[in-house]
Design a protein around this ligand. Structure first.
Ligand SMILES: Nc1ncnc2c1ncn2[C@@H]1O[C@H](COP(=O)(O)OP(=O)(O)OP(=O)(O)O)[C@@H](O)[C@H]1O
Length: 708
């Protein structure tokens, strides 16, 4: 096929010519099969061809050994060159598509008498699939005439190059990350996709998905959920933001919204500043999973929302991979704080902090951190963080950074074997204690020794250097983790209190799930990646169940002729990870509670128990690692630090003890009650408030009508 759209059509002539096996006819995309037939008849000088319509073309699919498997007659107006463009280009398929010259057969010989077809249905089918020239892309992959990996990728690529980043697969939307801004999310598009069904009328779009969920919720009065899945950097967070944008816009119906919509949208930048960071794959990678549930009243107006977070990557606070960064908020704060704030919070430049200066990366291309800081402050205000709350919160951030600068040295001791350490730079500890309003001695003590109770007595056990460093880092991670939980809690309070009661919440909700994408960092996958990939494995399982198992069961139930599609079932892999009592996570928990266990004994345990498991593998080279065969590929996990990271999920007693003694209520609050419990209590309180208000109103009403 050349640039002008012309090509050579090869037609096998079989018995009609003793000389040629096939003839090549030059044709354009518009040349019809009747014209080609005419040309062949002329070239071959067929005698009975005075009427050219006694011959026709057939499209035949054969295999590598020349067997013909499928044959379809071409209508006289079909265009062979356009059809050829639909043929798979992939030789590996070992299939051969050809045109044959055939003597015209009566119609009934072409139809399959076992399955009589409605002629209109056939016509529609060919109109939809076969008459379309190949240079047309399909907005829904289900329309592809020949659906295989190659045609699917070709179609997505062609669409992407033409600027269409969205493509449907039925009711699923595939979004390809363009890494550049397309002006397709403005109010014009919001309007365009309101009240429109998913379908061929308008191009696929993320707004259409939000719209479909919204109308399905209103129509069926059922909660809806949109699951976003993809690998790191594929665009999940951006897609979540676009979805929320549309989900809130839908309820505003042209007005400016009630305020709760604004709060929902402002929560995004706050959570991103504290929970996103630059990684090797993505400059704005979410290092936590989130589920945002937008609640609607029966009339379709937004009533409120709830955010749930999953597993913040806390190890990032104390160390980052090469060219990665700590959480955005640290850089925003250091770049954007005023001189006065810098003094008050004892802030320095990034390179002065050990928790920031080891990865060799400070700035982000095209990002003005000062501007981001003021944007963050604005968003925080929108979700109810007063200036005073913000200042306290930044003080905690400064304390976290300073903790990384605390250094240790051997303590002067009369005993040669005493390996206990003391703090080398107590002036840094003094600053931290001022910021957190805890006693300096208590903080120093917690950083250098732990307390244990034995036979009713309290023993003080001094740390050696590695333990002291671990305790310091654990304190930083615990503080930041608690701060993040507290922020999520505040956001939820704001989303709840805007509509201060639950009185009229009879409606339904739409949830958007945005979790970490599947991750494989090759040489440094650890506990975090195991958890992330486990979550993705669960999502894949859910997807398999719904798209394959349930759908196919439904087809069979309805008596639809159907051959089950094979798919790789990942329940074996899930069982390897989560199974009880021998799954990897169970064994890990056991080894965390087992005295004397180490990461080596953990790995031995994994290897012995799962030696025969087809989803488990010991690495080729001798190294302290294990491999899990996930649905998305094999991933090698390093065993070092697995136990420590699993244990780290619990809050270290010493740290909590110090913070609970702060004279600042805010810091005590951070490590106080379980945030989930606090939030539930807030909901309960709101319910009772509503309940009493309702009773009161009822009483006043009856009173007004003379009733008691
Ligand atoms: N629809 C889009 N239009 C323009 N740019 C986009 C779009 N989607 C994603 N991007 C770009 O790609 C970057 C990465 O996207 P995003 O952070 O949403 O990925 P992710 O899948 O959430 O990654 P992770 O799992 O690491 O959090 C964004 O910062 C943005 O620059």
């Amino acid at each position: 096929m050349d640039n002008s759209g012309s090509g050579v059509v090869q037609v096998f002539v079989g018995e009609w010519s003793p000389e040629y096996e096939a003839l090549s006819i030059k044709a354009t995309k518009q040349t019809s099969s009747a014209e080609i037939v005419e040309c062949i008849i002329e070239r071959l000088g067929l005698v009975d061809a005075s009427v050219s319509n006694s011959y026709e073309l057939a499209e035949v699919v054969g295999n590598s050994v020349g067997q013909e498997c499928k044959e379809r007659r071409l209508g006289p107006t079909e265009c062979p060159v356009a059809l050829m463009l639909l043929w798979p280009k992939n030789d590996a398929q070992q299939e051969y598509y050809r045109f044959y010259l055939r003597k015209k057969q009566p119609d009934y010989l072409w139809s399959d008498s076992r399955f009589p077809m409605d002629p209109q249905l056939l016509k529609d089918y060919f109109n939809r699939f076969l008459y379309q020239p190949r240079d047309k892309e399909y907005p829904d992959l289900c329309q592809l005439p020949d659906l295989n990996e190659q045609t699917l990728l070709d179609n997505l690529r062609a669409r992407f190059l033409a600027g269409n980043i969205y493509t449907y697969v039925g009711s699923i939307l595939i979004a390809l990350n363009p890494f550049k801004f397309y002006p397709i999310y403005n109010p014009k598009y919001v309007k365009l996709y309101q009240n429109r069904r998913l379908g061929p009328d308008i191009p696929p779009h993320i707004f259409a998905i939000a719209d479909a969920a919204y109308h399905c919720m209103l129509k069926e009065k059922k909660n809806q959920c949109i699951v976003i899945s993809g690998e790191s950097g594929s665009g999940k967070t951006e897609s979540t933001n676009f979805l929320l944008h549309h989900l809130t816009a839908l309820s505003q119906k042209g007005s400016h919204g009630s305020g709760v919509e604004q709060t929902i949208l402002s929560a995004g930048p706050v959570l991103e500043a504290f929970g996103n960071a630059k990684t090797a794959h993505n400059n704005n990678s979410s290092r936590f999973g989130k589920f945002i549930q937008v609640n609607y009243k029966e009339n379709g107006m937004v009533h409120g929302a709830v955010v749930q977070k999953y597993l913040l990557e806390k190890s990032r606070i104390v160390s980052q991979g090469r060219n990665e960064r700590n959480y955005h908020v640290f850089y925003y704060l250091l770049a954007g704080a005023s001189e006065q704030e810098k003094q008050l919070l004892h802030l320095e430049s990034c390179d002065r902090y050990n928790y920031l200066n080891k990865s060799g990366c400070y700035g982000l291309e095209n990002i003005d951190e000062r501007h981001e800081f003021s944007r963050l402050k604005q968003s925080m205000e929108m979700v109810g963080f007063t200036a005073e709350k913000q200042r306290r919160l930044f003080a905690v951030l400064s304390a976290v950074l300073l903790l990384g600068n605390v250094e240790f040295q051997p303590r002067k001791s009369y005993h040669h074997h005493d390996e206990a350490v003391g703090v080398k730079n107590p002036e840094v500890v003094a600053l931290i204690s001022e910021l957190l309003r805890v006693k300096q001695e208590t903080l120093l003590a917690a950083l250098t020794a732990k307390r244990a109770r034995a036979s009713g007595e309290t023993l003080v056990i001094n740390y050696r250097l590695p333990e002291a460093i671990a305790a310091r880092d654990a304190m930083a991670k615990c503080l930041y983790g608690a701060l993040f939980d507290w922020i999520v809690l505040q956001v939820n309070h704001a989303l709840l209190s805007k509509k201060d009661t639950l009185r009229d919440h009879q409606g339904n909700s739409i949830g958007v799930l945005d979790i970490f994408g599947f991750e494989d960092f090759k040489t440094c996958n650890s506990f975090e990646q195991l958890c992330i990939n486990y979550a993705n494995e669960q999502l894949q399982h859910y997807f398999n169940q719904h798209v394959f198992q349930y759908e196919q069961r439904e087809y069979r139930k309805q008596g639809i002729r159907w051959t089950d599609i094979g798919y790789s079932d990942n329940s074996g892999c899930l069982n390897l990870i989560e199974g009880k009592p021998n799954g990897l996570l169970c064994l890990l928990d056991d080894q965390c509670n087992f005295p004397g266990a180490t990461n080596e004994t953990l790995l031995q345990k994994f290897n012995t128990v799962h030696k025969e498991n087809q989803f488990y593998e010991a690495p080729q080279r001798r190294e302290a690692a294990f491999v899990v065969r996930h649905y998305a590929g094999s991933v090698k996990y390093q065993a070092s630090n697995m136990r420590e990271k699993n244990l780290d999920l619990m809050r270290p007693d010493g740290v909590v003890g110090v913070l609970k003694n702060s004279s600042l209520a805010f810091v005590r609050e951070l490590v106080g009650a379980d945030p989930v419990a606090v939030f539930r209590w807030a909901i309960l309180r709101a319910f009772f408030r509503a309940h009493f208000a309702f009773q009161e109103a009822g009483r006043a009403h009856r009173h007004g009508r003379g009733m008691y």
